[in-house]
Design a binder for this molecule. Structure first.
Ligand SMILES: *Cc1c(COP(=O)(O)O)cnc(C)c1O
Length: 427
């Protein structure tokens, strides 16, 4: 990319990509191959020993995936990235890189329902322990930290409620305790908000959502901010102690500000295996080219819909940070002035049953468990995504019985509103 200091939209189209050196192909090819031929035996040995970077086997690295990684790292302002099979795989590998059995981390209580499950249940089998904190109270994160705490985890814009958090205040807590702040930036996308500019050390995405953007491909990514000093204490032995599988190499010494991304690839992804397919990497790359256009349209449509819902007699309340009288509006203005995202919740009069029948009456909206599609989507969290949680956990996660979650698409706003209007009129 010849441009000096390219802007966000230029990066979204070009970062990481160049015409294919072998064929001149302008779009990034789908390198649909499992493995790559070595130049000679010494080349093979150097690749396996990490003395040289290069493609070996698509479980570990693939050229289509590499373009995706460079592009997202550029959009987030990170030093390196690792793309994997799903957002959940990205979370698993992030924690696998920094946690030992018996360690804990502090997570915001307002999270994607799947993350609450992953942290609270699946991670227990690794003897990794989550401690929950009140998303709106930075001090409550600090209160949970002890000598075995290895990270703080938050969502920049919390799913499903669509609320912004005071990231800089939480980053201060992490810095005081010399632990990294990991931010799931799925709901905001780097177009709205770049967590590394507000003190985060690692950014995670479900690429399945706004970055891919078309509801057709699963993917996840971790972005290394390059900011965290892994050497300071013995708390991160994966990064700071010699690795027997690489001849005693100390990852943070050899790889500096990309050590976290390298470790997640050559230890986590290599051994646990959740690789992204080259085809999905290609689909997501194509989606990212229009991220700035789509995201602005998502935000503009969502604001129009939220304003309309607020005045509807069947609607009890609307929580959208883009509304001027929303309690979260000041944080939105500070962290994400271009818009408040596409996902928000409202309370329907009539509670659980009304929520279910409203969802069934919609025609343009699709009833499904996803967000960040070009299409408008709806779900009733209490009967679906947050069903496994107790009613208390549901309410704490912003998913009580009357809550309907919308992910507003990029269709004509008048058509989106007309569909909501006819479904509400049935109730
Ligand atoms: C969907 C989602 C995830 C999980 O990502 P998958 O790609 O579904 O594994 C994590 N965090 C947030 C905020 C999400 O919306």
């Amino acid at each position: 990319m010849p441009t000096i200091n390219p802007g966000f939209s230029t990066l979204a189209v070009h970062a990481g990509a160049q015409p294919d050196p072998a064929t001149g192909a302008r779009a990034t090819p789908i390198y649909q191959t499992t493995s790559f031929v070595f130049n000679d035996a010494d080349h093979a040995a150097a690749l396996f020993g990490l003395q040289e970077f290069g493609n070996i086997y698509t479980r570990i690295m693939n050229p289509t995936q590499a373009v995706l990684e460079e592009r997202v790292a550029a959009l987030e302002g990170g030093t390196a990235a690792l793309a994997v099979a799903s957002g959940h795989a990205a979370q698993m590998l992030a924690f696998h890189t920094i946690m030992q059995p018996g360690d804990n981390f502090v997570a915001a209580r307002r999270l994607y329902g799947g993350s609450i499950n992953q942290f609270g249940h699946a991670f227990k089998n690794f003897d990794w322990h989550v401690r929950w904190a009140d998303t709106a109270e930075p001090a409550s994160f600090e209160a949970q930290i002890d000598e075995r705490t290895r990270a703080i985890f938050i969502e920049s814009l919390a799913n499903p409620g669509g609320t912004f958090v005071d990231m800089a205040a939480i980053a201060d807590v992490a810095r005081r305790h010399a632990i990294p702040l990991i931010v799931d930036n799925t709901m905001a996308s780097p177009y709205l908000l770049r967590p590394l500019e507000h003190g985060a050390d690692i950014v995670i995405h479900s690429l399945t959502k706004f970055l891919g953007g078309h509801g057709n491909s699963m993917g996840g990514i971790l972005v290394d901010g390059g900011t965290f000093d892994w050497s300071k204490s013995g708390n991160y032995p994966t990064l700071s102690l010699p690795r027997p599988e690489y001849g005693g190499l100390v990852l943070h010494e050899t790889f500096g500000n990309i050590a976290f991304a390298i470790a997640a690839r050559v230890l986590g992804l290599r051994d646990l295996g959740p690789a992204i397919s080259p085809f999905n990497a290609f689909m997501i790359l194509t989606g990212i080219e229009t991220l700035p256009l789509r995201m602005q349209r998502h935000c503009d449509n969502a604001l129009a819909v939220a304003q309309w819902l607020k005045n509807h007699p069947q609607v009890d309340w609307v929580r959208y940070a883009g509304l001027e009288d929303d309690p979260n509006h000041a944080l939105q203005q500070r962290y994400s002035p271009k818009g408040a995202g596409a996902v928000f919740t409202f309370g329907i009069k009539g509670g659980y049953e009304a929520g279910k029948s409203f969802v069934e009456g919609l025609q343009l909206f699709s009833h499904l468990a996803n967000i960040g599609d070009t299409r408008s989507l709806v779900i009733h969290p209490a009967s679906t995504t947050h069903r496994q949680l107790t009613e208390e956990q549901q309410s704490a996660a912003g998913a009580g019985p009357d809550v309907v979650r919308l992910s507003i698409g990029i269709e004509d706003p008048a058509d989106i509103i007309a569909d909501l209007d006819q479904a509400l009129a049935r109730g």
